[in-house]
Design a protein around this ligand. Structure first.
Ligand code: PRP
Length: 185
């Protein structure tokens, strides 16, 4: 999928494929340096993190395992409520492991706040977070996110894993959505 497939639905490209890949190169180099001599358990949060997980993991040189969680917010509509239920739990016992949560976006921060508490309660050696995108102006909780790709404005963004109504995840870049697409939400 590229922009020509859905040009009417997009407002503007916020981050090009080249910008995403260049930033992932930098993040991977930092993570490699920080975890030198250790093994990492990457925990991807379905479904949005699929692209960043695949592209970040392939750039890392430290040994990694990869596992996945799927979570869902209780409550209304598209907004995160902070009350989360697990749809798919990890297959891995994280006790004593160095865990790196991999997210596509931290918006209100409520999902991540819950995930951090949940994973920390399982006795890992460490838990840190890598997110491709963060919306600082939307934050409802203050979180220590160690690896951030890009801070972005509070616009509706899609692509590179991020969806609107489950669509646009397979765009290779991040774009803002044209208002007419989500006007009836
Ligand atoms: C998105 C994203 C984060 C969460 C961030 O997931 O992947 O997990 O929302 O929002 P928050 O900071 O306001 O809690 P979503 O629930 O849209 O599911 P998806 O990954 O399957 O698209």
């Amino acid at each position: 999928m590229d922009a020509s497939d859905i040009s009417d639905d997009l407002d503007q490209v916020l981050l090009t494929e080249d910008q995403l890949h260049q930033r992932l190169d930098e993040l991977a180099a930092t993570i490699d340096a920080d975890y030198a001599g250790r093994e990492l358990l990457l925990v991807g949060v379905l479904k949005g993190a699929v692209m960043v997980m695949a592209d970040l993991a392939r750039r890392l040189h430290v040994p990694v395992q990869m596992d996945w969680m799927a979570v869902s917010s209780y409550g209304s509509g598209t907004k995160s409520s902070g009350v989360v239920r697990i749809l798919k739990d990890l297959d891995t016992d994280v006790t004593g492991q160095h865990v790196l949560i991999v997210e596509d976006i931290v918006d209100s921060g409520l999902t991540l706040s819950w995930l951090l508490a949940n994973l920390r309660s399982r006795g890992p050696a460490s838990v840190e977070v890598a997110t491709l995108l963060r919306k600082p102006e939307s934050a409802k909780v203050s979180l220590d996110v160690r690896y951030v790709g890009f801070d972005i404005p509070p616009a509706f963004v899609v692509g590179y894993g991020l969806d609107h109504d489950q669509r646009y995840r397979n765009l290779p870049f991040v774009a803002t959505l044209a208002p007419h697409v989500y006007a009836d939400d």
